[in-house]
Structure formats: C-alpha cells, structure tokens
Design a binder for this molecule. Structure first.
Ligand code: 4AD
Length: 463
C-alpha cells in the first residue's frame, strides 16, 4: 500500500486530481447523516486537513459513523476537485479502513487550547496545528544548520555526553554515577570515593562539547558539534531548559571577527532557508503567534547586525538604570532585561556584544591586551536576548595555565586541552548557538517549553 502525503496533494494538486489515492491520518472532525458523511483528516505533513466523503455503499458504513475525533484511518478514493467549496478538493472514499478508533474522552477539542494546558499532554500536543508547525520547523532548522556547515566543509563531530570536565566552569552539572547513594563509599576525609564508581572518577553530563570540539578543530580546521547539553541551572524562566541542544562550530586559524562573521551568516542562512521552505508554517506563526514576525525576520536576513563592546553597552545601559530591576555598572553580568533593551530599543536588530570582563566569562577565553577583558562575543536578538555565546580561545599555554590557577581549576582534568597549546597551537575561535532559542526566535514562540518535544526544566521531567 502506497500512501500519499496530504502535503503532496496540496503541492502537486494537478498530478492527483481524478486519480485514486490512499491517505492515512487522524480524524480532526466528522459530520454525518443517515446515508453519507464527511471525515476531516490530518496526517501531520501539512496544515490543511483533507476532507473525505463516504457513503452507505461502504460495507463498514456503521463502523465509520461511530468514529471519534482522534481515530486513525486509511482512506482510498478518487481525489475530486471541489471548486465551489472552501477546500480545493476532497477524496470520495471507496474504502475507509479503521486502524484504531479513539476513546470519546480525547482531550483535544476543536477549540483553541492554551499552551499551558497542552504542556500537560505533551504526548498529544503534536497533533495540534501550532505544535505541528513548531516541530516541522524545528526539524527544518536542524537540517538547515547541518546544510550550512556541510556546504562549507565543516566536519560534524560527535562529542561525548558523559564527561569528566566542566567546560563552562560554572558547576551547573548533573552528576553521572552508578553508586548506591545509600551506601556510598567515603574516603578518610568524608568525601565520596569515586574510585568505586563506574568510571573510577566523578563524571557528569556535558554542559558543552566545546573542549572536545577544539581538539578536532586542531586536526580538521573547521568542525561543528550538534547535540544535547545539560545544565542544572536553577533558572525557572521562559528561556532556560535543563536539557537543550547546542550547535558549536570551532575554527582553527580564526579570530573573533571571523567568529562573528560565521555566526551572522549562519543565522541569516537558516532564516532564509526556513522562510523559503516552510512558507505556510511561517505565515501561521505570523498570524497566530507573533504578528510582525515575518517582517522582522526578513529585515534581519537583509541587514547587518550591530556591534558594540561590553564597555560601550554598559555606558548605554547606565543611562537607563532607573528602568531596570538590576542596575548596571561595569563588571556586572548582563541580565535578560539589559540584553533585550540593547537589541530591541537601542539597536532594533541583532547585536554582537564583545570584549566582556574576564571575571564574568569562562577560563578558556583569550585575554585582550588591556588584561581586563576577553575576546568574547554574545549575539543578542529581539524577543529573547542571548542566543549565541562565543569567543576566540586562549592559545598561549602559559596564559591559559595562569588563568586556570587563578580560578582554582584542577590542571590534571584538562591535560588534553592544555596539550593542544603544546603541540602546534594556533589561534582559533568558536561559538555555541542555543538550538531551542534559535527555534523560539524563528517561530516567535515565547516559551522554551513549547519548542521542545518533551521539555526538562526545574521540577519537570514528564514522559
Ligand atoms: O554561552 P554558553 O554557556 O556558551 C557555551 O557553552 C560555550 N561553550 C559555547 C562555545 O563557545 N562553544 O551557551 C551557549 C548558548 C547560549 O547563548 C544560549 O543560547 C544557550 O547556549 N543556552 C541555553 N539554552 C537553553 N537553556 C539553557 N539553560 C541554556 N544555557 C545556554
């Protein structure tokens, strides 16, 4: 049995009109009378559902009449043009095979449900128009990102999810252990003895693939990672998840400028790709989720991103301190409210903030000549704030060791990383794009929980 996607029927209508087709899908609604009825089915490939007309000539007419919303069916019949009707065509069924009826308490009604309610049924929400659009576009964005890097000969590296190091040095890690916590062996000083553990040392889920990625950039020149990362941050916000995906390119023989050029062209490429390949989904978001989204994205794709140093950004923000909950002064970390002010009010487009104080950035960033700031960049976008964090890396062995000592990092844990600075060190730079924040930005969805199929956030690990 060869099924046709509903999307293909709409995209190549003339090829199918007058011919017999077979379509599988789930029932969105049903109307019937004593001798005939209409089924409206959706197969997840397209927004537009397909209308099916069936009559009492079918052997299982009674069975079809008992179908509830949500039921799964496979329908065969001739695709017939309906120029007078709302929909351009319908199937006149010669066969309706009931794969599985749905119970009458199907939780999705024809009315619009709130996103909060739909989060409580994350196994069924992908059957709604909004979540079909979100997850089709999420899939397309992932594809566009791979395409962007592959077209430029970046090698895709699969970095490990279980690791012994803390890339960001922020201590926000989920520990991985096989020890029985009730009977953990302790050393003499009372701390847990990880020698007895699976790996013989403490390990955690990765917060970033960067350090491993750097080792491959020092062999392949240009690489990227694209995989899950985990952070035990206790941030219950609309843009933080405990499990999220990150894209981390790393380029040898590249500096901070090259890094920002790559980040900007990647974002523009992905936006253009989605606008071109998901026009119906993007029109849907523009109408129902975020009015003005299309205009904004088109503008972003065709104009240059702004650039400002951290020091200049702080000067701008200090003038507006009365508007902020957290007051700004040189040395402070920028909060979402500050990031959004810069990108939405001050520049009205995406902005790169560069050269942050070394104290608020990770140990691996290259120290600038002023000895106070590092060659870091964050890319901020309207509606979200930070979407990308990156830097040129410290490639000088002694300076890197000095920085690690200042921060009290254990050098043995980073032997492999230091070796890169011993054996053919070269300037190099990279960044991390938060995949879900990118999906939020492109779809206009306001909560990270609504762009992740099964979100993991503080106090939430359902399914
Ligand atoms: O700025 P971050 O922490 O950078 C790194 O991890 C570097 N190792 C990246 C690199 O240079 N290779 O994180 C990068 C991005 C952020 O800009 C944000 O978009 C996203 O990852 N991110 C999160 N997304 C969702 N939930 C969280 N808890 C996130 N934390 C960071």
């Amino acid at each position: 049995m060869e099924l046709v996607n509903i999307k293909d029927l709409f995209r190549n209508e003339s090829e199918y009109i007058g011919k017999e087709v077979t379509v599988g899908g789930w029932l969105r609604s049903k109307r019937d009378s004593k001798t005939f009825g209409f089924l409206v089915i959706n197969d997840g490939t397209f927004f537009e559902p397909l209308q099916v007309v069936y009559g009492d000539a079918l052997d299982n007419f009674a069975e079809i009449s008992k179908l509830n919303v949500g039921a799964a069916v496979i329908v065969t019949g001739v695709l017939t043009a309906t120029p007078q009707a709302k929909q351009p065509f319908e199937i006149q069924a010669s066969e309706v095979c009931v794969e599985g009826n749905s119970a009458p308490d199907y939780p999705l009604q024809k009315k619009r449900h709130s996103f909060e309610y739909l989060r409580t049924i994350s196994h069924l929400r992908p059957r709604t128009n909004t979540f079909q659009a979100v997850f089709r576009v999420r899939s397309l964005i992932a594809y566009a990102i791979h395409k962007f890097f592959q077209e430029r000969d970046f090698v895709y590296v699969h970095t490990p999810l279980i690791t012994g190091s803390d890339c960001e040095g922020a201590g926000e890690m989920f520990q991985v252990t096989t020890l029985d916590l009730d009977q953990v062996p302790h050393t003499e000083d009372g701390s847990i003895d990880f020698k007895e553990d699976f790996f013989g040392k403490p390990t955690n889920l990765t917060v970033s693939g960067q350090l491993n990625g750097e080792t491959y950039a020092m062999a392949f020149k240009n690489i990227y990672t694209f995989g899950p990362t985990f952070r035990a941050e206790n941030s219950n916000t609309t843009r933080h998840a405990a499990e999220f995906w990150m894209i981390e390119p790393e380029m040898a023989f590249a500096d901070l400028q090259d890094d920002m050029i790559l980040a900007e062209s990647m974002l523009k490429y992905v936006i253009n790709y989605v606008l071109e390949h998901a026009p119906e989904e993007m029109a849907f978001f523009n109408q129902f989720v975020d009015k003005g989204l299309l205009e904004r994205l088109q503008h972003v794709a065709s104009s240059d991103f702004a650039h400002v140093t951290y020091t200049q950004a702080v000067e701008i923000l200090e003038k507006h301190n009365e508007e902020f909950e957290y007051k700004v002064s040189w040395g402070c970390d920028l909060q979402t409210e500050h990031e959004r002010f810069l990108t939405e009010k001050e520049f009205g487009r995406p902005v790169f903030v560069t050269d942050y104080p070394k104290e608020i950035k990770a140990f691996y960033m290259k120290l600038n000549d002023d000895q106070k700031t590092v060659a870091a960049m964050d890319c901020l976008v309207p509606g979200i704030g930070e979407i990308i964090g990156g830097s040129q890396r410290e490639d000088d062995y002694d300076k890197l060791v000095g920085r690690m000592e200042e921060l009290g990092l254990n050098k043995e844990d980073y032997d492999f990383y230091l070796d890169l600075r011993k054996y053919g060190s070269a300037r190099h730079a990279g960044f991390g794009l938060g995949f879900e924040r990118c999906v939020m930005y492109i779809t206009g969805m306001g909560n990270i929980r609504d762009v992740i199929p099964f979100p993991r956030t503080v106090n939430n690990c359902e399914l």
